[in-house]
Design a binder for this molecule. Structure first.
Ligand SMILES: Cc1cc2nc3c(=O)[nH]c(=O)nc-3n(C[C@H](O)[C@H](O)[C@H](O)COP(=O)(O)O)c2cc1C
Length: 575
């Protein structure tokens, strides 16, 4: 069953484009992405067509007028309407965003032919509405109860035998859309496809909605058909954990990805960095958790990153917390809160991501977590099967379902000793990631240095528990309500932590926390860090941030008479 919900939300309605989506928060249950089906009420209200097909949507179906839910958005890249004759192809409840696209195209004076498919007449959506706005509507039902008997792709093939279009816009079940791409490619018609994946953060941070290294929430959800070629579209998708799951048994490649071209980074002598026996082409990496897939990490390398850091991976697959898992503290602050809950496919199933990332010839840091010594030994042993350059142990996630290891220095020391015992004979160094959520971070870091850590990464996110003031309940889906702050809120504190660590440690420091510019990198370097990880800044600055920071750093190094970025490290302590 599909119900249409109407929301008076003028700011969202005014900003909405066809094909975009909003995040709908059903407090206490989940937060889900829903395509905008239409903007109505003089541009002040949005319509959402919600099918009853899971806990969250089922509970939304029980709501009544006046009940409170949360809405944020609009998000994503919508349909780009070109040409004068447009064919719209929709299947099942995928028809919803196409109504809005058809209305916008009609306002632009386009001729629209709509092909709507469903199993049976009773499941057809928006046929009358398409008629009302002046579209030529044709229907396909599998049982023949209305219109053409068969599937909508057959109707498309027969339509294209006699008619020509400038563009096809499509939304529906993935295998149907894959077939549409094949048909329109043969006919030479540019095609746009609205893709569905599991969305968590909705703004390009977490990478849960990955599709071939693209993030559906920001690079999509509407893609040109050519962009989807060579991706897993139509073959497999990802579970909430990030694990690959087959959606089409006929795909000969199974769960593999099409390999990206091998990539070697440019030689940048001013930025080249040596750390823990590893040669980094430059010291700017991504932070852990900004992407699950190897393809996305590979894209960071292409964008200029000198090292790649994986999502935290544990012994077993886990799907993380329900949404909301990530949001901006307040508009335009670039400070965020997250409680992802360490979703990951499990280390044994992480191999394909490492293989994809390793198409880029830059050092790969595998970030791992464990609940105890046994798990940490196991995770380290499996890690040895992978071509990684460094292990980073996440001891500081502030919203796990177990007490984070940095709160138990004795246990953490045993874990570090156990991991070290496994990986050191293979010359893989170990960094330990800490946060300021404990009192004496420098003291703990010294203990870990003695236990055999080769580097300290600081800082992880800062503990918080955001509350919705209207409902007086925690916002995050984590049952305890706790999460961690990231982004601009961490810039000043992170630099201070690195300064105090450098005073006490001999091992190198990897900086993370609110790095937005070359100035931030210079401050962190002068305070004592040698490698720099960028996380939340990717949300607003995109992948271009890697190159921008590197260019600005090189200018600074040249203009101030340094030979290499390494000369900046710890300078603030030598004055
Ligand atoms: C969405 C999200 C997911 C994260 N996942 C991980 C993770 O899996 N492992 C980890 O060690 N840190 C994780 N972090 C923490 C970041 O790596 C980083 O330490 C923190 O965000 C501070 O950097 P930033 O201000 O540049 O974002 C995550 C942070 C965010 C916002």
């Amino acid at each position: 069953e599909v119900k249409t919900f109407l929301f008076i939300a003028d700011a969202i309605a005014r900003a909405s484009e066809p094909g975009q989506f909003v995040m709908v928060w059903n407090p206490g249950v989940d937060e889900i992405p829903i395509s905008i089906a239409d903007v109505s009420g003089g541009g002040e209200q949005i319509e959402l067509a919600i099918a009853d097909r899971g806990d969250c949507t089922h509970s939304l179906h029980q709501k009544h007028e006046g009940d409170l839910i949360g809405l944020r958005g609009p998000y994503g890249r919508g349909f780009r309407i070109h040409g004068s004759r447009i064919c719209i192809v929709g299947g099942g409840y995928g028809v919803a965003p196409l109504l809005f696209a058809a209305r916008r195209a009609r306002e632009l004076g386009k001729d629209i032919t709509v092909l709507v498919g469903a199993r049976s007449e009773s499941e057809l959506l928006y046929v009358a509405e398409f008629h009302d706005i002046g579209c030529d509507v044709r229907v396909a039902t599998e049982d023949g109860s209305q219109g053409f008997r068969g599937v909508v792709t057959e109707l498309l093939s027969s339509t294209l035998r006699d008619e020509d279009f400038d563009q096809v816009l499509c939304c529906g079940p993935e295998l149907m859309m894959k077939r549409v791409c094949g048909i329109t490619k043969r006919a030479g018609i540019p095609t746009q496809i609205a893709v569905e994946r599991i969305v968590k953060c909705s703004c390009g941070a977490c990478g849960s909605c990955d599709l071939g290294g693209y993030r559906v929430c920001t690079d999509g959800p509407v893609f040109d058909a050519e962009e989807l070629e060579g991706t897993e579209f139509g073959c497999w998708k990802r579970a909430k954990s990030g694990k690959r799951i087959q959606i089409n048994n006929n795909c000969s490649s199974g769960l593999s990805s099409v390999p990206s071209p091998a990539f070697t980074p440019e030689y940048e002598p001013l930025l080249e960095t040596h750390l823990c026996g590893i040669e980094f082409p430059n010291p700017i990496a991504n932070a852990a958790g900004f992407g699950v897939s190897g393809k996305l990490l590979y894209r960071y390398a292409i964008a200029g990153a000198g090292a790649l850091v994986t999502k935290s991976v544990g012994v077993r697959e886990q799907e993380g917390y329900p949404n909301p898992t990530f949001f901006e503290v307040a508009p335009q602050t670039q400070s965020y809160v997250n409680a992802m809950g360490l979703p990951n496919p499990g280390i044994r199933d992480y191999g394909p991501e490492i293989e994809d990332a390793k198409r880029a010839n830059v050092p790969l840091i595998l970030n791992v977590f464990a609940r105890d010594v046994e798990e940490s030994r196991e995770v380290a042993k499996v890690a040895l099967n992978y071509p990684i350059e460094m292990l980073e142990f996440n001891a500081s996630c502030p919203h796990t379902d177990f007490v984070s290891m940095e709160n138990n220095p004795k246990l953490l020391r045993s874990i570090i000793e156990a991991i070290r015992e496994v990986i050191h004979p293979h010359h893989i160094p170990l960094a330990v990631k800490l946060s300021p959520n404990i009192g004496d971070i420098a003291g703990l870091a010294m203990t870990l240095e003695r236990a055999g850590a080769d580097a300290i990464t600081a800082i992880n996110t800062v503990l918080c528990r955001p509350i919705d003031r209207t409902l007086d309940i925690p916002i995050l889906g984590n049952p305890t309500g706790y999460g961690g702050k990231s982004g601009r809120a961490l810039t000043a504190g992170g630099k201070q932590v690195v300064f105090s660590l450098y005073e006490e440690l001999k091992i190198p420091i990897i900086a993370v926390g609110g790095i937005y510019s070359a100035k931030d990198v210079i401050d962190y370097a002068r305070n004592g860090a040698s490698l720099f990880q960028i996380g939340s800044a990717l949300v607003t600055q995109g992948h271009g941030i890697f190159r921008k920071i590197k260019e600005d750093l090189k200018d600074y190094i040249r203009n101030n008479g340094y030979k290499n970025i390494g000369e900046l490290v710890g300078e603030a302590h030598r004055r």
